[in-house]
Design a protein around this ligand. Sequence first.
Ligand code: CA
Length: 295
Amino acid sequence: MGANILIVEDEEPLTTLLRYNLEAEGYEVDAVARGDDADTRLKETTPDLIVLDWMLPGLSGIELCRRLRARPQTQTLPIIMLTARGEESERVRGLATGADDYIVKPFSVPELLARVRALLRRASPERVALVLTIGDLELDREKKRVSRAGRPVDLGPTEFRLLEYLMERPGRVFSRAQLLDGVWGSDVYIDERTVDVHVGRLRKALNRGHATDPIRTVRGTGYSLDDLFGKPGRKASHTMQKNEARGVADFGSGARENATDAMELAASKSLCEDADNINEDLTDVQGRQAVPRKC
Ligand code: CA
């Protein structure tokens, strides 16, 4: 079972977006919109991590954070603070109050997810698997080793991170921009074609002497680690070419996948800044008017 995460945030579209993306990562998500309600809730149950907004009705995020740190049962509870302000003094104040991490709006969802993962790994390392396995592929995060069918695969550091990122979310399709954000970091400017180069290298290293390619190219979208890779009943003649053809067929088939694509598209955009676009995307996906954003 995934870790429990409580979102304390009064901007409903942001809560919806965070909930969607955290649940897609396998977390159990709960949300409250008021600081005082969160305080009451946290006296009864303790989640594994809180995403806490600074400006809240009822009780401010800062005050709630201070109260949580004063109670023994929530003293070490991982807290990520969200705020619209990015000044260094605010950041220092947030961390001084006892937050473990601090993220400034607008932020990218992949960046928040990476911080959630890092914080959970630090707080409860047993929750995050050290060894990821899909099909005959095995990735050891601690030893930084990859093997396929029991034989070691030699990867550069970027290819290792890229494979780790894809293996953490099998089946999900990532755009080049999302991979740049998640693997290289959002503050680095790199041409999107760089992703193709590294995927090419990763494939070459993984597929040496093997008939099947675990990485799918989804034309017009990006890349994905095949979640059916290595599943019983899979034909051995499932080659790279067929894999790519299947990627094309997969893309756009079924309303749910379209919804996922649109939500991921929305997720990849900065919040607040692109609030209108996100709302349009959400409206398309859900077939109803999304709540207007206040930032
Ligand atoms: Ca707020």
